[in-house]
Design a protein around this ligand. Structure first.
Ligand code: PEP
Ligand code: MG
Length: 589
């Protein structure tokens, strides 16, 4: 290998999740893992599309047969697994059905294969026999092999990941990220993704260092290259020199020690220097994350993103399945509040079985509450499950993506119908449940006075509010430089909202990523937010900084900031006034 190939290279992206790791890279895929596009195939092109599928399937089968022949003595018991895969390659259920789907749905071969395989997997997984259940994994392998042959990519044996590696991928969808096997992955880096993309949000929940938005990491890094992921600064270092490794090992040790200290302190309530207590809550996607919220000292759940149970499957979950999940969360957190946000699918969390049409602008499309008001049977199933779970603890309900009063009234009417049905059936639920709305669409801020009359609380979703206010796709790296929660328009908007809400006597919470960044605390406290919710990992640092601030001073600071019109100037003001505090809190580094 030449010197140039092993020269230390530093790449800068955005921090997906803090922390540092040093290890070997594992390049998953240059084209994107399982990011399969769906497109229409005209009648004329159908037979060539079927031919394309058949030859890809044959190629995949031949490759597998060759592996079996060549390695039968080396593979031991593993050979039987591969033989099972070979049988599956010939199975009518996969092969025949994929062809039928291309014909019937007029879709591309990749999409047809993906659809058939996810249906088959769900079927296998629903069978209680663990052996049969395990066959779902075999189907996955067969799927991967044919898919790679369809897309024309070189074979990568994922099964070879038998040691802890750093995953390097072009892109990971929220569903992919949520399936990462933590015992095998110590960090990950991607070419795509922005700070508030859902991929980044899940990365933070996973609690493994990650750097996203690196543009071309997959073009530079090779499997087995040594890399350093610095999720604190959002940089990676490829082929680090010995000195660099030593430096980062030291940083890592100090960061982890600092985290351990602030996490211990985080179990005490967050009270400002002038005695104001602020609830610091956790955001979760799945019940398993409750442990993190508790470990990191969260005072409750400020945002339960319920859509994750709807991803990675092929049909809507049943009421009982939802109820069991919600009940577990609510019981474990009781008596602390659990704010269950109703389904926010589509947008960048596309659920294939729920999207009727391809949308040119999914973020502005049939997403969240709009979807629920259209597919009321899906909405009612979820509301019934939430209400039933409310009998077991302290539940709040929250509707996402509200743009005006009618949507709230319609959603509340459906909720009231569902409550009446439960009454008739004699099923218990919490009668005085608080019903809030997310403030994510600028029109909701303009209509805050009217919305306050029909809501018990507001929760600002800054990820979307910033996206829609500044017209910047939150997942688009190209415009990430414009995505600023500290843009004066954002700050003025929050101030306006809080003032209106206070005059109406309702509380304002924040659960977007802005709430989890310790640097924003002086401003957020001065703006008068009543509660903050964030990824669990951020809770200790946020609590720590809250305890070092005087709200009175923050209020004065906000008055000065509101008069400013430049984002850069606002950053400078923050740095001048609170810079010293920030550097102390940052990481102990
Ligand atoms: C938000 O938009 O800020 C929010 C919390 O919701 P999500 O990130 O799930 O869109
Ligand atoms: Mg949102």
């Amino acid at each position: 290998m030449s010197d140039i190939e092993t020269k230390e290279i530093k790449l800068t992206g955005v921090s997906g999740s803090p922390g540092i790791c040093i290890g070997k890279a594992y390049l998953v895929d240059k084209e994107g893992v399982k990011v399969i596009e769906k497109y229409f195939i005209s009648k004329k092109e159908l037979s060539s599309e079927i031919k394309r599928f058949k030859s890809a399937a044959k190629k995949a089968k031949d490759e597998l047969r060759k592996i079996i022949e060549d390695s039968s003595d080396k593979l031991g018991d593993h050979i039987n697994i591969l033989k099972t895969h070979l049988v599956l390659h010939e199975d009518k259920m996969l092969y025949g059905k994929a062809i039928d789907t291309i014909k019937k749905d007029h879709v591309n071969a990749e999409w047809a294969l993906k659809k058939v395989v996810s249906e088959a997997k769900v079927m296998f997984q629903s069978i209680s026999d663990p052996y049969i259940k395990g066959r779902a994994t075999d189907i996955e392998h067969v799927y991967d092999r044919i898919m790679k042959s369809l897309i024309g990519r070189k074979e990568e044996d994922i099964g070879n990941i038998d040691k802890r590696v750093i995953l390097v991928a072009h892109n990971l969808s929220p569903a992919d990220t949520s399936q990462i096997q933590l015992e095998r992955i110590m960090g990950f880096v991607t070419d795509r993704g922005g700070k508030t993309s859902h991929t980044a949000i899940i990365a933070r929940t996973l609690d493994i260092p990650s750097v996203l938005g690196l543009d071309n990491a997959t073009g530079i890094i090779k499997t087995d290259d040594i890399i350093i992921v610095d999720g604190i600064e959002g940089v990676i270092i490829i082929h680090p020199e010995d000195e660099t490794i030593l430096h980062y090992e030291d940083l890592k040790a100090r960061y982890e020690e600092h985290q351990a200290v602030i996490t211990r302190e985080s179990h005490a309530p967050a009270e400002t220097k002038d005695g104001i207590r602020l609830n610091i809550m956790g955001n979760i996607e799945l019940p398993e994350e409750i442990v993190s919220v508790r470990d990191y000292g969260g005072d409750g759940i400020g945002l339960y993103r319920t859509e994750f149970l709807y991803l990675s499957r092929s049909n809507f979950p049943r009421e009982d399945e939802l109820f069991e999940q919600y009940k577990e969360v609510v019981e474990l957190m009781s008596p602390s509040p659990v704010t269950i946000r109703t389904l926010d699918i589509n947008g960048d969390k596309e659920v294939a079985y729920a999207s009727e049409n391809d949308e040119a602008n999914p973020a502005l499309g049939l997403r969240a509450i709009r979807f629920c008001l259209k597919r009321q049977e899906v909405f009612k199933t979820q509301l019934r499950a939430i209400l039933r779970a409310s009998a077991f603890g302290n539940v709040r309900i929250m509707f996402p993506m509200i743009s005006g009063v009618e949507e709230v009234l319609e959603a509340k009417k459906i909720l009231s119908d569902v409550s009446q049905a439960l009454d008739k059936e004699g099923i218990l639920y919490k009668k005085d449940i608080e019903i809030g709305i997310m403030i994510e669409v600028p029109s909701a801020v303009v209509m805050a006075d009217a919305l306050a009359d029909v809501s018990d609380f507001f929760s600002i979703g800054t990820n979307d509010l910033v996206q829609y206010l500044l017209a910047i796709d939150r997942g688009n790296k190209q415009v990430a430089y414009l995505y600023h929660p500290l843009h004066p328009a954002v700050i003025r908007m929050i101030k306006f909202l809080v003032d209106v809400a206070k005059s109406k006597g309702i509380k304002v919470f924040m659960c977007g990523e802005m709430a989890g960044d310790p640097y924003n605390m002086p401003l957020l406290l001065g703006l008068g937010l009543d509660e903050l919710s964030m990824n669990p990992q951020s809770i200790p640092a946020v609590k720590k900084i809250v305890k070092s601030i005087k709200v009175k001073e923050s209020i004065k600071f906000v008055d000065e900031v509101i008069a400013e019109s430049s984002t850069t100037k606002i950053h400078e003001m923050m740095q001048n006034k609170y810079g010293e505090l920030f550097s102390k809190i940052k990481s102990g580094i």
